[in-house]
Write a protein that binds this ligand. Sequence first.
Ligand SMILES: [Zn+2]
Length: 143
Amino acid sequence: MDWLEQLLFPGGQFLGIRWSVWKVIGWTGNLIFFSRFFVQWYATEKLKRVVVPPAFWWLSLVGSLLLLIYAIRQRDSVFIFAYLFTWIPYIRNLVIHHRYVHAHLECLACGQRCPPHSRFCLACGAPLVARVPAPARPAGPAQ
Ligand SMILES: [Zn+2]
């Protein structure tokens, strides 16, 4: 199996990179951060309008945090600063999306999100069912 190891890892490197745990963290961050472009592109092509889905912000957040960890480990001030504050708009966009989803009513017929207090769907006209909070469970003996 030495020939296989020499083929895949010539000189102890893979793809010309000498791997370590920190390289894996950095490259994982790079791949996650880069993959967000495909998610956004796919969502836009699917709806034929510019869309930034929540998955884009999650991938941005996770990828940039891994890259920040890697940059701190490398003590590279350029990359540390590049990723030091990027989490702020990512988290803010996720919070705004969360509030939007919970404030609007979803049409059970077509999936369209309609403004709060709407009685009928803006897209298909189906009656909307208001979200009713779950009833409080009566206190009982612990199981
Ligand atoms: Zn509808």
